[in-house]
Ligand binder design. Structure first.
Ligand code: GCB
Length: 647
């Protein structure tokens, strides 16, 4: 249910009901933040590492490598965290390694954390790809199925058992994909000894990016008091110039607790407060959260401080957690995407978490550079193709007003066996984790449940109906989409989504070299989809590979000129259709990125408008000119954009 904006009081009533639904999940995944009651200790840096290269990849478990220091059971090498391990060494077998790798480091835990029984100590892994098992001092504390999303374990009691021992953290990570993982994959053993060496196998994948592996995001220890704020959900709305922040707080570790929520403006001044675990904060003369280039004061964030007081007879606990809150609404009509009741046109990009050396490892310099490039380009949005990005990236989107289509790792679902019950159960669980993690980001305006599945297969109908219904039940305040390719037969799932997202590569994968087909084929694409579903459409991918520095006039494929020409032809049609029901265009891709080796990829996918090193190709300037023109037509530019060299 996306609630019509016009229906004032009814809408408020509905939001109360909706709000109950958003709180369906019972455990929280709040981003670890420091406060007067919480400390955070980052465990990033150099870890010990060993890949288990035994034939069955299982020696680490058979010999219990977690029981003692890794260096005692065999040779170790240095491995940075966070980073993919693939491109760190000169060892080709590690670049393409499949199986278990082992990470370990020892941590000095502050004595006061150990001494104070009233302190919870939580170990959190921002993400590790793909399957992880975690031990502390040889004792298993958690395991997690899936990359791209965080997981954690409370380890306070364990480290208190013997405070003289250093805290040794061992994490085993396995990048093997199966038909039930997200994304799916499968292992193929080659037994013909006239062709392949003993033990030869490959991992087949059905997606177009390198299956980077390892500990990709920060590993942290953080503390909370024994009674603590476990989760917060906010849903926002406004009536005239009054903002409404519906909030709900869940508490763990205390049967009863006193709670106070205080909303502060950008300058730290208290705007409004309320007591109790749930309520509504009314903000007079609200500053709404607006996307970049839609308003002269975009991305306004309030801070909601949640303060908990609890007592268990012996001790009193106080916990403080502060959440950034942007007040905005999202609605969809049959022809428009509305943010704060105003039509929003997505002029943005598709990205990847990808760079040289680090692979998919989190890297602040890269992230800040990418946001500078997005703003330079005049992009107002991106899709997290094809998996959830780091939380810090979404925080940047909130801060800068970059609108996000938040995609789960449902990419490459091509085998009919990946539409079975166990796949679906896992996919539903991943959506639970994703919504739980990202529900409070103002920048996130839509969920994408999959990219280009083989939705022409009969089981896809039940699969997507269930998945989309489930996602809408988790969060009825945001629209849901799945991304289809231009093959019109793959429309199972389309009846259930709010927005149709179509990827197409006319004159590239279809009719390669024939730019003249684009106007006809793109027009038919839009008219077919709109004619059948009467739902707004986003051109969620389009583009062409260009190897930076290859030039050709007349344009030929792989030259910078051809990439430019494809973009220009698409733009002509988009300019006609955006006046009707096309609500956005996202270029494929922001930057060149690494893929598996293959005959269609020249050291990776070259459809970036920036190189992998983030230097512009000719197409970047075409897009920049267009996006700033679109922004001038559809939005209100911030004052500082009069001085574009401030980027
Ligand atoms: C697509 C996929 C994307 C690929 C792209 C391409 O449709 O969604 O993952 O990288 O095409 O360049 O082939």
């Amino acid at each position: 249910m996306v609630i019509p904006a016009r229906l004032g009081a009814f809408r408020v009533l509905c939001l109360f009901t909706v709000f109950e639904a958003v709180c369906l999940l019972d455990t929280g995944m709040l981003f670890p933040r420091e406060s007067s009651s919480r400390e955070v200790k980052e465990l990033n840096g150099r870890w010990d590492f060993r890949a288990d290269k035994s034939p069955n990849r299982n020696q680490g478990f058979e010999k219990a490598w977690y029981k003692s220091r890794l260096a005692e059971t065999g040779p170790v090498i240095d491995m940075p965290v966070p980073a993919s391990y693939n491109d760190i060494t000169q060892d080709p077998t590690l670049r393409d390694f499949i199986g278990w790798v082992w990470y370990e480091r020892e941590v000095v835990v502050p004595a006061r954390w150990i001494a104070d029984e009233g302190t919870r100590v939580v170990l959190r892994v921002g993400s590790a790809h793909y399957y992880s098992v975690v031990w502390v001092n040889g004792v298993k504390v958690t395991e997690h199925n899936g990359g791209h999303l965080p997981f954690e374990a409370e380890i306070g009691s364990l480290i208190r058992k013997d405070p003289t021992q250093p805290c040794r953290i061992t994490i085993a990570v396995n990048n093997t994909l199966t038909l039930d993982t997200l994304p799916p994959g499968n292992i193929q053993h080659m037994d013909d000894r006239t062709k392949y060496p003993d033990g030869f196998f490959v991992q087949n994948i059905y997606f177009d990016f390198f299956n980077y592996a390892g500990i990709h995001r920060s590993v942290l220890l953080y503390t909370t008091p024994k009674a603590y704020v476990d989760d917060i959900t906010v849903v926002t709305d406004f009536l005239d110039n009054t903002g409404l922040v519906y909030y709900k707080v869940s508490v763990q570790g205390a049967a009863t607790a006193t709670l106070k929520a205080t909303l502060m403006d950008k300058n730290g001044h208290c705007v409004v407060s309320s007591s109790g675990p749930s309520g509504v904060l009314k903000v007079v003369d609200v500053n709404l959260w607006w996307p970049y280039l839609m308003h002269e004061n975009p991305a306004y964030l309030y801070s909601m401080e949640v303060r908990l007081m609890a007592t268990d007879g012996r001790s009193t606990y106080e916990d403080v957690y502060t959440l950034p809150v942007g007040i905005r609404t999202v609605n969809v009509t049959s022809t428009q995407f509305l943010i704060n009741n105003k039509p929003f046109y997505f002029h943005g990009v598709n990205k990847h978490e990808d760079s040289d050396i680090r692979g998919k490892g989190f890297d602040w310099p890269l992230i800040v550079k990418d946001f500078n490039l997005l703003k330079w380009l005049g992009a107002n949005s991106f899709r997290t193709s094809h998996y959830p990005y780091a939380e810090e990236i979404l925080q940047m989107c909130d801060r800068h007003g970059i609108v996000v289509i938040d995609e789960c790792p449902g990419v490459g679902i091509k085998d009919i066996r990946s539409f079975g019950n166990s796949s679906l159960t896992h996919h539903l669980a991943v959506m639970d984790e994703l919504v739980s993690r990202d529900k409070n980001h103002a920048s996130v305006v839509m969920w994408s449940v999959a990219n280009e599945p083989a939705a022409e297969m009969p089981p896809a109908d039940f699969y997507f109906k269930t998945l989309i219904k489930h996602t809408k039940a988790l969060d009825p305040t945001r629209p849901v989409t799945f991304i289809t390719d231009s093959n019109y037969a793959r429309d199972r799932g389309a009846p259930y989504v709010d927005v149709i997202c179509v990827n197409s590569y006319f004159s590239w994968y279809h009719d390669p070299g024939h730019l003249e087909v684009i106007p006809i084929q793109l027009k038919s694409q839009f008219e077919n989809w709109y004619g059948k579903y009467q739902k707004p459409i986003i051109q969620s991918e389009y583009g062409a590979d260009a190897v930076a520095g290859i030039h050709s006039d007349p344009p030929v494929m792989f030259s910078e000129e051809y990439q430019k020409a494809v973009l220009q032809s698409y733009h002509n049609v988009l300019d006609q259709k955006r006046k009707q029901y096309v609500i956005g265009e996202l270029i494929w891709n922001f930057a060149d990125f690494m893929t598996v080796q293959g005959i269609t990829r020249v050291v990776g996918n070259k459809k970036g408008i920036f190189t992998r090193e983030r230097q512009p190709k000719a197409a970047a300037f075409i897009l920049k000119e267009r996006y700033w023109r679109l922004a001038n037509e559809t939005g209100r530019l911030p004052v500082w954009t009069k001085y574009p060299c401030s980027f």
